[in-house]
Design a binder for this molecule. Structure first.
Ligand code: G1P
Length: 298
């Protein structure tokens, strides 16, 4: 059977962002910039580069700035045209030529519940879910890699990568059944945030999913799980019992921008890679390190 084309993406962005308080008191965490670009824009760019045509962002209270960011700003564009600032104009326009839709999750009831809000938008098509806390830099965009696997298997594909033993408790972890290839695995079950020492493997779900529309059947009847929230991971386990779900070890470097140290690391690494900033940031880092070392030596 020929697989359907994957054209839609869902980005849950309803979380409260408590880890970044007070910055997130009045500003959505998805708008925090890595250097000069909001984190959610990296996700949207990956979607577009992967061939996605329509994106639904699931928002909540206090998330207006996300909608504004992807809207046009005629006054600003006019001023930039008049001042001949074409490079800035390009940056402003880049975020407005994409089909982005919004829906609100009225109560924060968990990731599974957020994805369920996309049911009418998705209809009877395969679709991807992309989490904003995970930015992936890869030669072939991560979402495109998942779509490529879907086109071979016609099945739901969950993006995974190994994490350390200490980190397994922060993620959805895969209990493998057997491997189809070095990177594609059949799965027994998925365990959300296992208690330390009980993780069935080190392969963690890292914010990229491709689902057949059948996932909604399970989300609709999903009971709350870990943290008393409706967990996407639990619905995937039930889907896998009826219809094969594969875990796919994607290629690329994944950055965790959902916690402070990961956010700082991402900012530094991205700044170092920038042509206009890299050398200066490099010098700055050496200077800061030398200052710190001399303080320690005293
Ligand atoms: C969510 C998912 C978890 C996944 C993680 C990836 O957890 O529930 O399965 O491994 O994203 O970042 P959260 O980070 O929202 O706690």
């Amino acid at each position: 059977m020929e697989s359907k084309r994957v054209k839609k993406a869902v980005i849950p962005a309803a979380g409260l962002g408590t880890r970044f308080l007070p910055a997130t008191k009045a500003m959505p965490k998805e708008m925090l910039p890595i250097v000069d670009k909001p984190t959610i824009q990296y996700i949207i760019e990956e979607a577009v580069e992967s061939g996605i045509e329509d994106i639904l962002i699931v928002t909540g209270k206090g998330k207006r700035a996300i909608e504004d960011h992807f809207d046009s700003v005629p006054e600003l564009e006019q001023i930039l045209i008049e001042k001949g600032k074409s490079e800035f104009l390009k940056l402003v326009e880049e975020t407005t030529n994409i089909n982005i839709h919004f829906i609100r999750q009225s109560k924060p009831m968990g990731l599974g519940h957020a994805v369920l809000q996309a049911k009418a938008f998705v209809g009877d098509e395969p679709f991807v879910v992309m989490l904003g806390d995970d930015i992936v830099q890869a030669e072939t965009p991560c979402t495109r890699q998942l779509i490529n696997q879907y086109e071979i298997t016609n099945s739901s594909i969950i993006g995974v990568q190994p994490v350390s033993d200490e980190e397994t408790q922060r993620y959805g972890i895969v209990d493998l059944s057997s491997s189809v290839s070095e990177t594609l695995h059949k799965v027994k079950s998925f365990v959300e945030k296992p208690v330390p020492g009980t993780a069935p493997s080190n392969l963690a779900i890292l914010g990229r999913y491709l689902f057949t529309p059948e996932i909604f059947k399970y989300l609709e009847t999903q009971e709350p799980g870990a943290g008393n929230e409706i967990q996407l991971t639990d619905a995937i386990t039930r889907l896998n019992e009826m219809q094969r779900v594969f875990a796919y070890e994607f290629n690329g470097k994944r950055y965790d921008v959902g916690e402070k140290l990961g956010f700082i690391r991402t900012t530094l690494e991205f700044a170092l890679k920038r042509e206009d900033l890299g050398d200066d940031v490099h010098k700055l880092m050496i200077e800061l390190l030398e200052n710190r070392l001399s303080l320690i030596e005293k």
